[in-house]
Design a protein around this ligand. Structure first.
Ligand SMILES: Nc1ncnc2c1ncn2[C@@H]1O[C@H](COP(=O)(O)OP(=O)(O)OP(=O)(O)O)[C@@H](O)[C@H]1O
Ligand SMILES: [Mg+2]
Length: 353
């Protein structure tokens, strides 16, 4: 069977850009075959809703054309408010009983009409001695899934798997770092409008949450306070300017710090919530990724609050690639934005969503 039949193409439709990755897995490991990123105009995606379908379809078509990817089967993901993930502690029961119980549990825990959501679950842990089990309940709004599936189909692609950002993040972590059963690590992906938190112990997710905040709020604040365009604000945020002659206003640094501090505070509230509701291990380290992780101050702001060491999560840490095809320096610069997409590219056909 050709390799293309195994791994799906990872397609990450983010608020700021569309990313596409194709990998091949062999006995030696994961090989990077294709990688492309295409920015989206502002407001193309708002609160997880595709507002500018044409822009997303064009960006997808352009990447597939430019990179000459012939495989059409893709894995996509959703994140944000439309996804609800809850860990349930239940009395030990058989699969068919659980199937029924899950429906009931979902009605208790999901703040949406049950008919509006797609439900999935995963047994995390079971212990016959104490007669208990932990189950991860995942619910996602059908409307959002359909929105995404439709836009992907319009680009003449076949969505085979609809994943969740948080699980894609865990996937990319496991492939690159392996896992130590006893170790508790917080995986953090700070994007443009969503921050995904996934606290994993060994290979098991103990807590996950999407915070509806990210790098966009920094851009918005620069734009508002300095009365500049979106593109200008984006450039200032990244430490540059649209016109190379121009000096970055001195206020920029302070604005970035204020917004980043607020964001770090929100992240800390999730970590506090986890600590208050668990009897499991303390978080030993935080691995940080997502485009907004390129702001150096974010790392220290999180570190100061959490008192936990923060390291960059490198999605290409154990990924093999041809240095003539991909410049290691360029890949390193783009790595933070590639994590979720790489996690999706690791998905295989016929795997459970
Ligand atoms: N050098 C940089 N400095 C600061 N911010 C940056 C830099 N490069 C990218 N960003 C920011 O990272 C964000 C994009 O990151 P990413 O690609 O992870 O998000 P996304 O997937 O498009 O959005 P989301 O997942 O939230 O829908 C944008 O807010 C962008 O401004
Ligand atoms: Mg993203």
């Amino acid at each position: 069977m050709p390799f293309e039949g195994k791994n799906l193409v990872g397609v990450d439709i983010g608020t700021s850009a569309v990313k596409v990755i194709q990998v091949r897995e062999s006995g030696k490991g994961v090989h990077l075959m294709k990688y492309g990123i295409e920015p989206l105009p502002p407001q193309s995606i708002v609160d997880g809703h595709v507002m500018n379908r044409g822009a997303v379809v064009d960006a997808l078509a352009k990447i597939f054309r430019d990179l000459k990817i012939s495989q059409r089967e893709v894995a996509v993901s959703i994140s944000g408010n439309s996804v609800i993930i809850k860990k349930l502690n239940l009395p030990l029961m058989k699969r068919d009983e659980l199937e029924e119980q899950i429906q009931w549990e979902a009605e208790q825990h999901i703040p949406y009409e049950i008919s509006e959501v797609e439900i999935d679950y995963n047994i995390l842990w079971q212990n016959p001695e104490v007669g208990q089990m932990d189950v991860l309940l995942v619910a996602a709004k059908k409307e959002e899934i359909q929105d995404l599936v439709e836009v992907v189909r319009q680009a003449r692609l076949r969505p085979m798997v609809v994943d969740i950002d948080s699980f894609a993040l865990q996937n990319v972590y496991e492939v690159n770092y392996g896992y130590n059963e006893g170790e508790t690590v917080t995986l953090l992906n700070v994007g443009a409008s969503v921050t995904t938190v996934n606290i994993v112990q060994g290979s098991v997710s103990q807590f996950t949450r999407d915070i509806s905040n990210g790098g966009n709020s920094i851009t918005d604040e620069i734009q508002k306070q300095l009365q500049v365009s979106h593109d200008e604000a984006e450039a200032y945020k990244a430490g540059g300017s649209l016109d190379s002659q121009e000096v970055i206003p001195q206020e920029v640094d302070g604005i970035i710090r204020n917004v980043v501090d607020a964001l770090a505070g929100e992240i800390q509230r999730s970590l506090d919530f986890y600590m208050a509701t668990t009897n499991r291990g303390e978080v030993e380290r935080i691995l940080l990724t997502g485009g907004t992780a390129k702001i150096p101050y974010l790392r220290s702001a999180i570190e100061r609050r959490s008192r936990v060491q923060v390291e960059p999560l490198d999605p290409f840490r154990r990924v093999l690639y041809d240095h003539r095809q991909f410049d290691p320096q360029v890949l390193k610069t783009q790595a933070p934005q590639a994590s979720i997409c790489l996690g999706l590219a690791l998905r295989k056909q016929k795997e459970r969503v």
